[in-house]
Design a protein around this ligand. Structure first.
Ligand SMILES: [Zn+2]
Length: 87
C-alpha cells in the first residue's frame, strides 16, 4: 500500500503531526485527504513515497563490509591500467 505524506496548508493552524508532514497509508484508489486526521486542518498531499526495498538491499549487498564478509575482493580502477584493492 502506498504511503502518502500530507502537510498542513497553513503551518499556524497545524498540529504537531501535520506541521512536519503526516504519513498516511492509503489504497491507490482512495481519494486524497483534505484534512489532517489528527486536527482536521486543511492539508495538501506532498509526497507519494513508495518504499524502495530492492534498492536499499542492493546497496547493502555491494557494501565493502558485505563483500569482505563473503570473501570477495573489490578493485577500484585508479587509471593507467592499475587497480587498487580496497577490500
Ligand atoms: Zn494536524
Amino acid at each position: 500500500m502506498p504511503l502518502y505524506v500530507y502537510r498542513a496548508k497553513s503551518p499556524t493552524e497545524a498540529c504537531n503531526a501535520c506541521r512536519e508532514g503526516v504519513e498516511v497509508f492509503q489504497q491507490i484508489r482512495e481519494e486524497a485527504l483534505t484534512a489532517c486526521p489528527e486536527c482536521g486542518t486543511p492539508v495538501v498531499r506532498i509526497i507519494h513515497a513508495t518504499p524502495t526495498v530492492r534498492d536499499s538491499s542492493d546497496k547493502k549487498l555491494l557494501s565493502d563490509d558485505n563483500l569482505k564478509k563473503h570473501g570477495f575482493k573489490k578493485l577500484v580502477n585508479t587509471g593507467g591500467g592499475k587497480y587498487d584493492e580496497v577490500v
